[in-house]
Design a protein around this ligand. Sequence first.
Ligand code: C2O
Ligand code: CU
Length: 538
Amino acid sequence: VKSRHFKWDVEYMHWSPDGVEHIVMGINGQFPGPTIRARAGDTIHVELTNKLHTEGVVIHWHGIRQFGTPWADGTASISQCAINPGETFVYRFKADKAGTYFYHGHYGMQRSAGLYGSLIVEVAEGEKEPFQYDGEFNLLLSDWWHKSAHEQEVDLSSQPIRWVGEPQTLLINGRGQYNCSLAARFGNSSVSLCKLRGNEQFAPQILHVHPNKTYRLRIASSTSLASLNLAIGNHKMVVVEADGNYVQPLTVDNLDIYSGESYSVLFTTDQDPSKNYWISVSVRGREPQTPQGLTILNYYPTTVSRLPPSPPPVAPRWDDYEYSRAFSNKILALEGSPKPPAKHDRRIILLNTQNLIDGYTKWAINNISLVLPSTPYLGSIRYNISKAFDRNMPPDHFGHDYDIMNPAPNNNSMYGSGNANMLKPNNSDIHPWHLHGHDFWVLGHGEGKFTEKDEEKFNLKNPPLRNTAVVFPYGWTALRFVADNPGAWAFHCHIEPHLHMGMGVVFAEGVQQVKKIPNQALACGLTKKMFMMKDEHN
Ligand code: C2O
Ligand code: CU
């Protein structure tokens, strides 16, 4: 067991993720940020200095449960105060479980601005994975806009709303192509073939493989909006890990991956070694207006520059939700995984709706749209600061007469019922919900309104443990988790514009049991005031 120390500077820098230069948020001059590698049981220390000129920053370690360190979860206004320009904050936490994770900004829309990177936890020394492989690769997927994250924030908060629209480019490890295409010669591209030397910031990262070997591909999606589908031309993949938990091996031709999810797949290089093959990433769940993200699987000894002879894999239709549901339902826990408790102690029913509040388009959960306070919840609840937020309990259910297929007659108020899913009738979206501080079991998905009867369909035998689960259009998803980690934890849609528009809740879990919170995490709002008063009295 080791301590792994990192010193990071976060700053804006000029960068060309897709061949068009913009500013991105980088760490130590890199985009995406540096990859953290650790072993299960290691302690990770990241000394993060905010080198931005005029805005705060925090970093969330997505998938790390932060047992006993809720203040290191990196959620602005929830677990800590944003780190001010020029200041340094030390994140110190345990990488307790092997798996494929990532980290990202969690203040405003800094994830859209490019603040993310990979976090890979290998099994502890002497431990073995339940599968074997000869080599591994890591792909961090994201989507990229030419409009800045600041402009997107203002657009979304305008009256009437200006939606962010579809991304310009899909990035694989921060690299994509906007003004050219690797697949131009197959005719479905309006731009010409990329002429690359390979050292450009937007040149694809090539995966070099040897024939007749098995490789592990780690895949995580940090997208701001897009739901993706990944395929390797001519190769099958075997899914073995989801969100840091082992799953029953599942052989697939392609894989759906939503924002906030991660997977490991194994593939065997059993194809003709005189060719190279596509690795493609396509948009699903929204009508695609973004070209596929592409890179190359390069077989030794074939030259890298030889492009695959056939077009990139075609993803399932964007609106084939049957396909998406079938894939999600096939992800099951590996035998021997922890099982969910058979019964619940408390049931919370959350209904996700789009509402118009004072003319602003917002998302609401049981009619309350998440607005983040200036004093982080962890500190204000721990120290009982009464004025930090509205102490009325939010509703843990919604009205029984709710018709999820149709907009409510009156949705023009804070407390009026919102509509099923969107303000337009017959319109619904996919929402990948992510829980901080825990993994949950995904007990089931269903269509229409959830009723008591649906409980009979729950999978209590081998449900997958995950930290992100999708709610399909007009559908419900049932999750179960054990509240065993005191803290203030966000539970929200991982689509960043949706979170910005209020699609989330905060669970206050046994906050009184939280041990001493480092002052550094509390140096804002009313908790800061509390310290200043104490000092005066000393
Ligand atoms: Cu990766 Cu709160 O999110
Ligand atoms: Cu959403």
